[in-house]
Design a protein around this ligand. Structure first.
Ligand SMILES: Nc1nc2c(ncn2[C@@H]2O[C@H](COP(=O)(O)OP(=O)(O)OP(=O)(O)O)[C@@H](O)[C@H]2O)c(=O)[nH]1
Ligand SMILES: [Mg+2]
Length: 472
């Protein structure tokens, strides 16, 4: 077997080399931090397949010794296979049919003596009976174990082991990366702060990897803030798309603040340019009372509100408002997983209408991520971050904006119209996000040891997704 050794500064680099040379399915036998970096011992998948016994090979005797060498992924696979074959061989030798025993009605046994409450036998008194945990056995495995030649499906077993091996090697890679980080206090402090603030493991790792090694605490803090501010996109601090005018549809899941945001923007614009410069349309015909809500705001502002029941009336109103500087279309809230999102986007596909996604900063980061995907955020003119006042951790929302490269067009931090509407200020948002530690409840904080697990879990999910994508 041709085991190869790879050395690199980081586990990531070492793994890239392994994959480049041995392929995506390379088998990682050992992964450990060494002086100056990380060492990986690996072999090609084809080597492993070559070492698999032919299906017809007879099982080794039950008295065979367990593997003497340290347990690697390869001999672990062999070990499991042998045990499986041994267990099948011994179950064939046993008298009686174990399956038939299980089928005996339990009640009959319990009442065989005529007393349901028969005192326990000696052994039972000493050791209380513990319910056996339910064991999940895949249906395919059961079928194969009972097949006519009583041979386990080695191919299937190998596939399952390969899956396990992939997951383990991803986790090892992540843990060994984390071991490296622990030796650099600046990096580990930064990781902890970012994760605690709600930023994703993937963005946190990227930032920690780029932190210059010779930076002290203060420099690192400044560097982190600058990196986040630089990556949080805005058009310009003075001029958002709404200041410039145009026709915008506010979209997003239910209750994120679309109608209130439309009223806030319209009010501020009307204050500056006059009520005649603003047009308000509502396309929310799903929810009872939705139109009244915007109408009430419109009345206060002196701006009439029109209800567009379908695409053609919407086109008529847009035509009617041709000369208004700013036209806002309030839409019905549709959950990101609802298939009606597609219909809504299609109904607003006129080139004249630019889409603005309203994102609730207090939502789970994963829900924001899904919302951006479902609403095709990359095609939107920008994003409004609402309910910033309600968010405990702001990192998740900022992380999504950064990773999807969306332009922030405004921030809502309360219910008051129009006072709680603000221009995007990346520096203020980043300061607020990084101040999470003082606000978050202690129950939701984590210790350093838990960080490694969190990162490993994030890494595994990403790697699993990549594997799934490769399979499709
Ligand atoms: N705390 C806080 N509440 C807000 C903010 N924006 C809106 N709200 C409140 O959130 C609730 C829902 O706001 P709406 O504007 O009706 O939300 P929507 O997205 O139009 O809701 P649907 O049309 O039902 O999908 C209301 O009670 C608003 O006052 C905000 O920035 N902060
Ligand atoms: Mg609404």
């Amino acid at each position: 077997m041709n085991v190869k050794r790879y050395f690199a500064r980081t586990a990531r680099e070492a793994m890239s080399r392994v994959r480049a040379e041995l392929g995506e399915d390379a088998v990682v036998l050992k992964n450990r931090p060494v002086d100056g970096g990380v060492e990986i011992l690996a072999l090609a998948d084809s080597e492993l397949s070559a070492s698999e016994p032919a299906p017809s090979a007879p099982p080794r005797g039950a008295g065979d010794a367990a593997p003497a060498s340290p347990m690697s992924t390869v001999n672990f696979e062999n070990y499991v296979r042998e045990r499986q074959q041994r267990r099948l061989a011994s179950s064939r030798d046993e008298p009686g049919d174990a399956g038939a025993l299980d089928e005996r009605p339990g009640d009959e046994r319990a009442t065989a003596s005529g007393f349901g409450d028969e005192p326990p036998r000696h052994e039972e008194r000493r050791a209380p009976r513990v319910e056996a945990p339910a064991v999940h056995v895949s249906p395919g495995f059961v079928r194969d174990a009972r097949s006519t030649d009583d041979r386990p499906d080695v191919g299937m077993l190998m596939n399952e082991l390969r899956e396990m091996r992939g997951a383990l090697s991803d986790q090892l890679e992540s843990l060994s990366w984390f071991e490296g980080v622990r030796r650099r206090p600046g990096q580990s402090r930064m990781l902890r702060r970012l994760l605690q603030a709600g930023f994703s493991p993937s963005l946190s790792r990227t930032l920690a990897n780029h932190l210059p090694a010779d930076f002290g605490e203060e420099d690192a803090e400044r560097w982190l803030r600058e990196a986040l501010v630089r990556n949080l996109r805005i058009d310009s601090p003075e001029q958002t798309i709404f200041d410039a005018g145009g026709t915008y549809a506010l979209l997003g899941p239910t209750g994120v603040g679309k109608t209130t945001t439309a009223a806030k923007i319209a009010a501020q614009f009307a204050l500056k340019h006059g009520a005649q410069s603003v047009g308000l349309i509502t396309a929310d015909v799903y929810r009872i009372g939705a139109q009244d809500q915007l109408r009430t705001f419109g009345r206060l502002l002196g701006v009439p509100v029109h209800v567009a029941h379908d695409v053609s009336t919407l086109a008529d109103f847009l035509q009617m408002y041709m000369n208004r500087k700013l036209v806002l279309i309030d839409t019905a809230g549709v959950a990101q997983r609802d298939e009606r999102v597609g219909e809504l986007l299609a109904a607003l596909s006129s080139a004249q209408v630019r889409k603005v996604l309203v994102v609730n900063a207090a939502s789970q980061a994963e829900a924001i991520d899904e919302t951006i995907e479902a609403y095709q955020g990359r095609n939107a003119a920008g994003v409004v971050l609402s309910k910033v006042d309600e968010a405990v951790r702001l990192g998740g929302a900022l992380d999504c904006l950064i990773r999807h490269r969306l332009t922030l067009q405004g921030v809502a931090n309360g219910q008051r119209v129009p006072e709680d509407w603000h221009r995007p200020e990346p520096r203020m948002l980043v300061d607020r996000a990084l101040a999470t530690e003082s606000r978050a409840s202690a129950s939701f904080s984590f210790e350093e040891a838990e960080l490694a697990m969190l990162l490993a879990a994030g890494q595994r999910t990403a790697a699993q997704r990549a594997r799934e994508a490769r399979r499709v």
